[in-house]
Design a protein around this ligand. Structure first.
Ligand code: PRP
Length: 208
């Protein structure tokens, strides 16, 4: 039997993802928090784990380099990959929001300049509302953009809200609720049907 390759997002949800896998009886022996290793194996369950940047998980799964992926809905919405999204794993909960200076409102009489790690999701949101925007793609510390005059507002994920607060910003408009999802490559879903379904079933049971 071949290994099933699972792409797992590094960063904020990695620990919860590993805990869920462990609860499901999937263990990677040499996996430690400070390890720089990127590939791990569970030979009992025939699972190969690869650690990739969250933003890249949809790409690995869409292209079949990974059969499965565990990643936030934010990255799925941004990348719009051609995959199956099969389970809401119920952790990494946060929300997409438009944020700007506390006490201000969205100025919809002009083309808004929106900085974001998620320019596609931002465009989609404002298009739906018929508000013209110009997006600026950033890769982190997005809250800095309005402060430094790079943008009018930001579109970002908000979890505790402390990054916004500590930078004099507030949510001006809530967008979608976000959580971590299990995604599957479309071809693997068919060609590796048995092992993919066993994996999904095992994970589902551990959620309940
Ligand atoms: C995310 C997000 C916000 C922050 C929100 O950034 O882009 O900056 O977390 O969390 P909070 O509401 O709990 O403060 P991340 O920590 O992933 O780092 P980054 O700025 O380098 O992208």
């Amino acid at each position: 039997m071949d290994y099933l390759t699972l792409a797992l997002a590094k960063g904020r949800t990695a620990e919860d993802s590993i805990n869920l896998l462990n609860k499901a009886g999937i263990h990677f022996d040499s996996l430690t928090e400070d390890s720089r290793k990127l590939v791990f194996h569970d030979d009992n369950n025939m699972i190969q784990l690869i650690f990739v940047k969250a933003v890249d998980v949809p790409t690995y799964v869409e292209n079949g380099a990974a059969d499965l992926g565990i990643v936030g809905k934010d990255n799925i919405m941004e990348e719009q990959p051609d995959i199956y999204e099969l389970l809401d794993l119920q952790f990494g909960k946060c929300k997409f929001a438009v944020a700007g200076f506390t006490g201000t409102e969205l100025d919809t009489n002009k083309t808004l300049i929106v900085a974001s790690k998620y320019p596609n999701a931002a465009k989609k949101h404002f298009n739906r509302k018929g508000i013209p925007i110009h997006t600026i793609k950033l890769n982190g510390s997005v809250e800095l953009a309005p402060i430094i005059g790079l943008s009018d507002v930001i579109v970002d994920i908000v979890e505790t809200g402390s990054t916004l607060r500590e930078n004099g910003l507030s949510v001006l408009e809530e967008m979608e609720a976000i959580s971590t999802r299990l995604i599957v490559n479309k071809a693997s879903f068919t060609t590796k049907s048995d092992s993919v379904h066993t994996f999904i079933h095992t994970l589902k049971n551990s959620l309940e």
